[in-house]
Design a binder for this molecule. Structure first.
Ligand code: SAH
Ligand code: SF4
Length: 376
């Protein structure tokens, strides 16, 4: 399952690792910083544009590193609200990165809340029965450099939207690690990528504005709690009892609620921040008022925020979202107990916004009239 590219991506190097490589070559100490500034601050897309580097060094860099390991092959926009970027990797795997611009009440779209959703694996091994990402299983983990490259592609896209000014990644409100894959199953690469995203010599994006979502790998949650990088945590709960959760999330057999809940408590105690419990509402599965009551108790106990997400239909899967009335009734049980709760009206429903769906469709049906159409 380990993927070793012909040349490692430059986007997977830290200031230290790149400095060490350059030192071996006898380059002066400031070179690594210069190169990373070209990449992250000036956002050039070719070695030739790194004009203050000596030519032999540029040749060596081009032979040694892949500048950008993820290329844009397709983008789809829905009502100017959601942009889905389909990216192709060195081994022709496809991944998705989504930009969500949620308009704020009473202000124009330019003042919308902007979120980027990134992927950490090609496919997913966790096997949640409702999820498009897991349908075909796991193909492979992403490299740290492939995770970082998704954000550079978003930067390029923003630059194109505002041709005169270089749009800063910092103009985004949040990065959510909620695309394809289970980030904690690809722990090291995900953490390294987020360190690069956060670093002042990297993309300089605040860790407190990065949310990592997990299906609940308990030992990894406890490990994450110990990291210096103070990320926000979201847990895909989707069931408020073992019986219901197990039905749709096989991970619950390995890490039942009796283990997951204390791990969440440990994380929030260490971080002093509210954890978010994500709860997809699926008709007839987890949308009963009894489940709402149990979820309320868990949220109160953990002092957690609850994000209710009406299920996004996946082609080929039987699950449906409950009616609006039923969604509201469920939410009321939580609100009534003063649990902090949002009932999400998800964006981009019409372009397969739920994780993994654009890739799945492209792999099934192909990209129309492009050379990548027959790739699996
Ligand atoms: N693997 C991680 C992160 C990626 S999934 C996790 O499971 O948390 C990101 C979120 O999208 C999860 O909460 C997941 O349960 C949710 N999701 C998956 N399929 C969905 C669907 N069809 N409709 C709504 N949400 C979905
Ligand atoms: Fe994987 Fe998350 Fe989808 Fe479950 S919900 S299959 S963990 S991506």
């Amino acid at each position: 399952m380990r993927y070793v590219p012909a040349r490692p991506p430059l986007t997977g190097e830290t200031l230290d690792s790149l400095s060490a490589r350059l030192r071996e070559r006898g380059e002066p100490g400031f070179r690594a910083r210069q190169i990373l500034d070209w990449l992250y601050k000036n956002r050039v897309r070719s070695w030739e544009e790194m004009t203050n580097l000596p030519k032999p060094l540029r040749f060596w860099l081009a032979e040694t590193f892949e500048l950008l390991p993820a290329q844009l092959v397709l983008s789809r926009q829905a009502e100017d609200v959601t942009d889905k970027l389909l990216l192709e990797l060195g081994d022709r795997s496809l991944i998705e990165t989504v930009i969500i611009r949620a308009p704020q009440e009473g202000v124009g779209l330019e003042h919308s809340r902007k979120t980027i959703c990134i992927s950490t694996q090609v496919g997913c091994a966790m096997g949640c029965t409702f999820c498009a990402s897991g349908l075909a299983g796991l193909k492979r983990d992403l490299l740290a450099g492939e995770i970082v490259a998704q954000l550079l592609q978003v930067c390029y896209r923003e630059d194109a939207r505002t041709p005169r000014a270089r749009a800063e990644l910092a103009s985004f409100d949040n990065i959510v690690v909620m695309g394809m894959g289970e980030p904690l199953a690809n722990y090291d690469a995900t953490l390294l990528a987020l360190q690069i995203v956060n670093a002042e010599w990297g993309l300089g994006f605040g860790a407190r504005r990065i949310t990592l979502s997990t299906s609940g790998l308990v030992p990894k949650i406890l490990r994450l709690a110990e990291e210096d990088l103070r990320l926000r945590l979201a847990i895909s709960l989707h069931g408020a009892t073992d019986e219901v959760r197990e039905r749709i999330m096989p991970v619950n057999k390995a890490y039942p609620l009796a283990e997951l809940i204390p791990a969440i408590r440990t994380f929030s105690a260490r971080h002093g921040r509210m954890v978010t419990l994500e709860f997809i509402l699926i008709e007839g599965v987890n949308d009963s008022l009894e489940q709402a009551g149990k979820l309320r108790d868990i949220a109160l106990d953990l002092h957690a925020h609850v994000n209710l997400i009406p299920y996004n239909t996946v082609a080929g899967l039987e699950w449906r979202r409950p009616s609006l009335t039923r969604q509201e009734r469920f939410a009321e049980v939580l609100r009534g107990a003063r649990v902090s709760v949002t009932l999400r009206r998800e964006k981009g429903h019409d372009i397969d916004a739920a994780c993994g769906q654009l890739r799945l469709r492209t792999e099934r049906e192909g990209l129309p009239a492009t050379p990548v159409s027959s790739r699996a």
